[in-house]
Design a protein around this ligand. Structure first.
Ligand SMILES: NC(=O)c1ccc[n+]([C@@H]2O[C@H](COP(=O)([O-])OP(=O)(O)OC[C@H]3O[C@@H](n4cnc5c(N)ncnc54)[C@H](OP(=O)(O)O)[C@@H]3O)[C@@H](O)[C@H]2O)c1
Length: 340
């Protein structure tokens, strides 16, 4: 239809049925305004606005930051950067040697200005004695920040029917029970002191279902919804709870060794997370209260996924990607076996 005939059709329609025309025009205008507003909010939060000042949570005032999974990767970096911001640090994980090395690095970076403690625990064991010991330590500290970072994924993408039962159990126990137990132990103190920040490290696999990592994906969806509910409960006590929707970051778990525009180092990722506390960035206005996608390229990816809204397409893309990764991992294992 030419422009002239379209205009004449529209004017005829307007004469015949001005209400229909008006309603359609209003819906179109509202959709456009919402899109422009959302884009503006995502842009300003990601690139311009600063997050909450960490001093609000007790930095430089003797408060502690507790980081689970602090011996490596993203957790280690949270420990280092929160120490530099002026928190005493409780390092929680299994490997004593690696935790001590993180403690030494903190002492070195902060010239001994902050205190560091180590608490050894294997969250997969769900051992009541170890959990009670951790709870006792936590309730004796003025905890300003908790980073629920510990997490486990599948050893490689695998169909759920073929997953090893123990692997599924470990993933659920670490990712869900660990987060619940530690959060439950620090909250009463935070409520009493009327301040606190809890950062729950989630994954994009918990936002877009991830075939061949089904159990991991499900546990990270739990972390996301649990965070939203808890955030609303404790806001009245001046406590901020956020779910960090994390895309790929260089680490042992991701098996990615080189950073790129889409894959930051843990240092780069944590720097953006700690500078955007209280904001949503890429997750703004997407019906996910409490979710923050802090790193700039992750924020853009998250925004686009939700603007396009074609989740089924992303799920099937992830499925074929995981099939390919599994094929390559199995081939590598085969080659290594032949060498021995
Ligand atoms: N890297 C990514 O691309 C990515 C993407 C999305 C989400 N995430 C999430 O980010 C978080 C951190 O991942 P990461 O990539 O930094 O992993 P990572 O480098 O493998 O580090 C995992 C940390 O967790 C500790 N840990 C593992 N199992 C444990 C257990 N059973 N009990 C106690 N501590 C345990 C490890 O220390 P020990 O061995 O000393 O115990 C280590 O400190 C996870 O929740 C993960 O799901 C990561």
């Amino acid at each position: 239809m030419s422009t002239a005939s379209l205009q004449s059709w529209l004017s005829k329609e307007a004469t015949v049925c001005p209400w229909t025309y008006g309603v359609l025009l209003s819906i179109g205008a509202l959709t456009l305004v919402k899109f422009v507003f959302k884009t503006w909010v995502v842009f300003t939060q990601t690139f311009i606005l600063p997050g909450k000042n960490l001093k609000k949570f007790g930095a430089t005032k003797g408060a502690w930051a507790v980081v689970t999974g602090a011996s490596d990767g993203i957790g280690k970096e949270f420990a280092l950067q929160l120490a530099s911001a002026g928190f005493n640090i409780l390092l929680v994980a299994r490997n004593e040697g690696m935790l001590s090395a993180v403690g030494a690095e903190i002492a070195n970076r902060t010239a001994g200005k902050v205190e560091t403690r180590i608490q050894l625990i294997d969250f997969a064991k769900n051992d009541p004695a170890a959990l009670n010991a951790l709870q006792t330590v936590l309730s004796s500290l003025d905890v300003g920040v908790l980073v629920n970072n510990v997490g486990k994924s599948h050893n490689m993408p695998t169909y759920f029917a073929e997953t090893v039962e123990q692997e599924n159990e470990d993933i659920v126990t670490i990712n869900i029970n660990g987060t619940l137990r530690v959060t439950h132990a620090v909250l009463p103190g935070m409520i009493q002191r009327k301040r606190g920040l809890i950062l729950n490290i989630g994954s994009f696999a918990g936002q877009v279902p991830s075939p061949m990592l089904a159990t991991y994906s499900g546990t990270k969806a739990f972390v996301s919804i649990f965070t939203s509910a808890l955030a609303d409960e404790v806001r009245q006590h001046n406590i901020t709870v956020q779910h960090l929707n994390t895309y790929f970051v260089v680490s042992k778990m991701s098996n990615i060794r080189k950073s790129s525009m889409l894959v930051p180092t843990p240092a780069g990722y944590v720097r953006s997370a700690l500078s955007k506390v209280g904001l949503s960035c890429g997750a703004a206005m997407t019906g996910r209260p409490g979710t923050l996608t802090p790193f700039w390229s992750h924020a853009i990816a998250d925004y686009l996924i939700h603007v396009v809204g074609w989740k089924a397409r992303f799920i099937s893309y992830t499925h074929s990607l995981h099939k390919d990764i599994r094929r390559r991992v199995l081939r590598k294992l085969e080659r290594e076996a032949k060498k021995q």
